[in-house]
Design a protein around this ligand. Sequence first.
Ligand SMILES: [Zn+2]
Length: 216
Amino acid sequence: MVGTRGLEDIRLCPIHGYYRGERCQCGYVGEIILDRVRVERLGRFISGILRHFPDKFGLDMDENGWVDFGELVKAVRKKYRWANQWFIKAIVYSDAKGRYELRDNKIRARYGHSVNVLLSDYLPCDRDRLYYGTGEEEAHRMLEIGIKPVNQTYVHLSTTIEKSVEVAKFRTDEPIVLEVDAKSAMKEGIRIVMANDHIALAKEIPPEYIIRVMRI
Ligand SMILES: [Zn+2]
């Protein structure tokens, strides 16, 4: 089953809460809360709503990407009758990629938006260097016109070379990594914010801040 490859069930540890995979970090094998097929379906739907089509389900999204959690649960239950708020929380809290943020009964995606969000409450980037993994052809173009988002509101930059290679490998066997002088860019007025520990976001990175090209 190609569609579920690499996916894991969500289980519950009495000490560490929701986790993905068979065993918790402590070794405990909890009972399955949500099987991998449902994790995939529900995860795809929730991230779709929060990143791309809140309007389609009548959800009000504020300028920073927040929607009311109760309203999201209702929207999800219209499509998946079996779902409930605990399944959605299980997805959010076990997500190792930090895709979501849930607090004060509001939820949002931390990155990946195609809807226009300001994310004005995000912390500024605290890294001097950031990395962007891509293919050969795109890399050449970016050295001329800069790094711009494709089908997304923001460019997603990685905080480490390793992460940028991981991203690039979805699209190419021969990744090129562009190193970005985030510190100078920010000093000169380019807004770069942290989505989570691995991802920083910018509207675009002009070519003068690409300071190194690495062939991996
Ligand atoms: Zn545990």
